[in-house]
Ligand binder design. Structure first.
Ligand SMILES: NC(=O)c1ccc[n+]([C@@H]2O[C@H](COP(=O)([O-])OP(=O)(O)OC[C@H]3O[C@@H](n4cnc5c(N)ncnc54)[C@H](O)[C@@H]3O)[C@@H](O)[C@H]2O)c1
Length: 261
């Protein structure tokens, strides 16, 4: 059974992978045997991340990819496919957040966020799926968020994009399933990464997450790894179109003392 989780011989393209959840995913997939292409808008950072993985005896390479650059997506996918003759796993991880009252948010800000957090995933899936289909195996994994399942004041743009990711994930499952490609999303709760640096400075909010979370803590980035290996591997062969929520139980219950309301 354990061999179903083995990724030896697989090639994975991960976006926004030079730090945070993308880097944790790259390390987890590489530890399971995959060759990982660590892409990011920040090339020196992705080169440093790939070099560290190589130092640790893992298989990795770095590449520049701004996920809003449509021609750049096409040429990178063609380049990887030409050199490796396969792309088995696509992790659409790159993302940004905008914490701003709705009334102060401009259309340009909303469009920019949608391009980075949602449109990019459609473009990457469209570019990679034909390469996956050639080998009859594909795993598309999209980063949503608990904000893809619930609403939140001050984050309407991010919430809208992440709800879009959930819908896109289901449609990719329907469209590419017949070619042996699965599409699933993960919806993290609160993890320690750069994206949350600003809110980590707010002790009241930090503690409020803990008190609302049944597991009573935030998560480390590498705690995403096991789920990503599962979704990338044969072990998840019949799972598609789903969103797995990793939030320590935060969104399955009502905060407050037991049974008082
Ligand atoms: N950290 C959390 O608690 C959390 C919770 C829910 C969802 N997520 C999602 O997980 C993903 C990763 O988040 P993170 O916390 O690791 O964030 P992060 O800010 O630490 O890392 C994001 C990465 O994406 C890259 N990036 C940004 N814009 C890009 C672009 N246009 N092209 C290519 N790369 C780009 C950045 O350079 C960075 O390496 C995001 O999609 C985010 O929405 C994170």
């Amino acid at each position: 059974m354990i061999e179903d989780f083995d990724l030896a011989g697989r090639v994975a393209l991960i976006t926004g992978a030079s730090r945070g959840l993308g880097l944790a995913t790259a390390r987890a997939l590489a530890c399971a045997g995959a060759h990982v292409v660590v892409t990011d808008i920040d090339l020196p950072a992705s080169e440093a991340a790939a070099a560290k993985l190589l130092d640790d005896g893992l298989r990795a390479e770095a590449a520049l990819l701004d996920v809003t650059d449509e021609p750049g997506i096409k040429s990178l996918v063609a380049d990887i496919a030409a050199r490796h003759d396969r792309i088995d796993i696509l992790v659409n991880n790159a993302g940004m957040i905008l914490r701003k009252p709705l009334v102060d948010t401009t259309g340009d800000e909303f469009r920019r966020l949608l391009n980075v957090d949602l449109v990019s995933m459609l473009l990457l899936a469209g570019a990679v799926a034909p390469v996956m289909a050639k080998n009859g195996y594909g795993r598309i994994i999209n980063l949503s968020s608990i904000m893809g399942n619930i609403g939140r004041a001050g984050q309407a743009t991010y919430v809208a994009a992440k709800h879009g990711v959930v819908g896109l994930t289901k449609s990719l499952a329907a469209e590419f399933g017949p070619q042996g490609i699965t599409s699933n999303a993960v919806a993290p709760g609160y993890f320690f990464t750069e994206m949350n640096k600003q809110i980590l400075d707010d002790q009241d909010f930090y503690q409020s997450v803990i008190s609302r979370t049944p597991l009573r803590r935030w998560a480390e980035a590498d705690e995403l790894g096991g789920t990503m290996v599962f979704l990338a591997s044969k072990a998840s062969a019949y799972l598609t179109g789903q969103t797995l929520v990793l939030d320590g139980g935060m969104t399955v219950t009502v905060p407050g003392p037991a049974g008082t309301s």
